[in-house]
Design a protein around this ligand. Structure first.
Ligand SMILES: [Fe+2]
Ligand SMILES: [Fe+2]
Length: 283
């Protein structure tokens, strides 16, 4: 991405600094650890087959953090003396967010992995081998502009937050209920950062930002969708059992754009809204 990225595709480092500062401070205030969880309260007998299937599924998704983080560190490098100072400044700020975020996601993966082991859904050995099998596959995002990568992540964070909320409503195992609440709150925090970040671009570029965002929604796939065998079937089953629909997350992009591009009757804003409605009808 960096080879073709022009500096104008990045926000000024100072502006990025403020957004990141807010997010990282909040991350520090809301942090929790695996030790805070009441592992003695586990009631595996209350898990349904559908619950177990969903837990396996989200463990794969959360466990993909090494690939996801590596992608961003490659796309926004922080160890390259040849790059312009302003570019380094932006990347350096983003790095501060990325490490805090990766810490959250790593905790999600670790908590779910331990959950599977403690509830005897899987042995440690078979689980770690299975996760490694998927985790080693390459993760990339096809987008040309940084704001598109940020929009992708915004949608994906919103989608996971929505999913955890829905799952929490149908699950009766008390430990998992508590854990899902924590995961959903963390994802909401991640979403808030990307929402502010993409919002800053939309505030700057106005309606000109919309075609790029539309492209992201048109091609959106959850991480793993293209690499994991049986992903689509599995994700549809999981979605069915929790009444979850990831296309709901697209609405957050429309709301964000409407919040910034408030020129009444701006055709590209209405077009984006109609487009999202159309996608939601067919899925
Ligand atoms: Fe997560
Ligand atoms: Fe997240």
């Amino acid at each position: 991405m960096t080879a073709t990225t022009v500096l104008g595709d990045l926000l000024p480092a100072m502006e990025m600094h403020e957004l990141v500062d807010q997010a990282v401070t909040r991350a520090g205030e809301r942090a929790w650890s695996l030790g805070d969880l009441d592992w003695a309260s586990l009631r595996p007998e209350r898990l349904t087959e559908a619950d177990r299937s969903a837990v396996r599924f989200i463990t794969f998704v959360e466990d993909h953090i090494p690939g996801y983080l590596s992608h961003f560190l490659e796309a926004f490098p922080v160890a390259d003396a040849e790059q312009e100072l302003e570019r380094f400044g932006f990347n350096r700020e983003y790095f501060r967010f990325l490490v805090a975020w990766a810490g959250d996601e790593e905790r999600h993966a670790s908590a779910l992995t331990r959950y599977q082991i403690e509830t005897e859904m899987a042995t440690r050995e078979e689980l770690l081998v299975g996760l490694a099998e998927e985790g080693r596959k390459k993760f990339t995002l096809p987008y040309e502009h940084p704001v598109q990568s940020f929009t992708y992540t915004l949608v994906q964070e919103k989608a996971t937050q929505l999913f955890y909320r829905r799952f929490l409503d149908v699950v009766s195992e008390p430990f998992l209920k508590d854990l899902l609440g924590r995961l959903a709150r963390d994802e909401a925090r991640h979403f808030a950062f990307y929402s502010n970040l993409v919002g800053a671009y939309v505030a700057r570029d106005g309606a000109a930002a919309i075609p790029g965002l539309k492209d992201v929604i048109a091609t959106f796939r959850m991480p793993l969708a293209d690499t994991m065998k049986g992903y689509w079937r599995w994700s549809l089953n999981v979605a069915d059992s929790t009444s979850y629909d990831h296309t709901e997350a697209y609405d957050s992009v429309v709301r964000l754009v409407r919040g910034f591009v408030d020129t009444p009757g701006e055709p590209s804003v209405d077009d984006l809204g109609d487009f999202v409605q159309a996608i939601r009808r067919v899925r």
